[in-house]
Design a binder for this molecule. Structure first.
Ligand code: FAD
Length: 281
């Protein structure tokens, strides 16, 4: 974790693109509440197979029009080179210079993977077609990606994305700081020198978190699971426990030199804002 300490810290907040006018209005309110925390950028996710193409751009443009820095995510699986070039040209024409570049997951029932198989191909494509126009973030998995053959392979695949031209990385969320420290040490040992910003998932609804975690391979440690299960429908206790655990996690990460934090806000300002206050940032 030594070399990460030298870098300026980056804080960012992630949103998903709303699909209703009320959702957009609520997102504007959430951004307004979080903006005073001075994030480096807000990011907006991109639906599997391009399903939110218009909505992601709309949400990003709304954020920019309100005066905030915003970065769209883009995923390549299921798309052709022409489609991806088109989207990126649209981003460039709209003045966007910052992206989160992902492989994504094929929507169930989709037969064809398209012309890109992995995120490193997307990063290379973006660099090949747009040179240095975009700052490119990629995803990192301290607990390793669920589809990886093994941990070593996953690390080498992460290295491919960095060597293809990624500037920085944001991790999948985790609740065990040691896995992040270990991952960063492994990256440093491979000679990778880029900020790897921990992704932070505040704990709201336990059932939702458990579902997400099963799908994306992020572990909820047994002791946390047992506690959260024990709270049943007691939303206040879940909230208090979650705030406590996640604030301590953020504190430990920053104290050890993590180069910032990226919050998965779920379009809500409450939990993220409270963690922020408790961290005294
Ligand atoms: P990759 O880096 O391509 O890795 C995917 C898998 O393939 C890994 O197991 C890896 O080890 C393996 N692999 C990689 N390269 C190679 C190679 N060259 N040869 C062989 N194997 C290889 N999903 C969305 O749909 N929309 C979003 O907006 C979105 N935002 C995200 C933001 C963050 C910060 C994170 C952490 C994830 C996000 N995801 C999003 C989820 C992501 O799309 C999935 O985790 C997806 O399964 C993998 O995407 P990736 O870019 O990490 O893929």
């Amino acid at each position: 974790m030594q070399s990460q300490k030298k870098l300026p810290r980056t804080f960012s907040f992630e949103f998903f693109p709303p699909n209703t006018a009320e959702g957009l209005e609520k997102l504007a309110q959430t951004a307004k509440q979080l903006a005073p925390l001075n994030p480096k950028f807000f990011s907006v996710t991109y639906g599997a197979g391009g399903s939110t193409r218009e909505r992601t751009l709309r949400a990003v443009m709304d954020l920019r029009a309100a005066g905030y820095a915003a970065a769209p995510h883009i995923s390549c699986i299921g798309s052709s080179r022409d489609e991806i070039r088109d989207i990126l040209r649209g981003y460039r024409e709209n003045g966007i210079r910052h992206l989160v570049a992902l492989r994504g997951d094929l929507p169930s029932g989709t037969a064809t993977a398209g012309e890109f198989h992995y995120a490193n191909e997307l990063v290379a494509f973006i660099r090949g077609e747009f040179a240095d126009h975009f700052h490119i973030e990629v995803a990192a998995y301290p607990e390793y990606h669920p589809q990886a053959k093994n941990a070593q392979d996953d690390l080498l695949n992460f290295k491919r994305k960095v060597e293809a031209g990624a500037h920085s990385a944001i991790t999948q969320y985790f609740y065990n700081a040691d896995c992040y420290f270990h991952f960063v040490d492994e990256c440093e040992a491979m000679g990778l020198d880029l900020p790897i910003v921990p992704g932070i998932m505040p704990i709201g609804k336990f059932s939702q978190l458990a579902r997400f975690s099963d799908a994306c391979g992020a572990e909820i440690p047994r002791w946390m699971r047992r506690k959260l299960e024990g709270f049943g429908d007691d939303a206040d206790s879940i909230r208090e426990f979650g705030l406590d655990v996640v604030t301590r996690l953020c504190d430990d990460l920053l104290a050890a030199g993590a180069p910032g934090l990226h919050f998965y806000t779920m379009n809500q300002a409450g939990l993220t804002g409270t963690i922020w206050q408790r961290l005294g940032l």
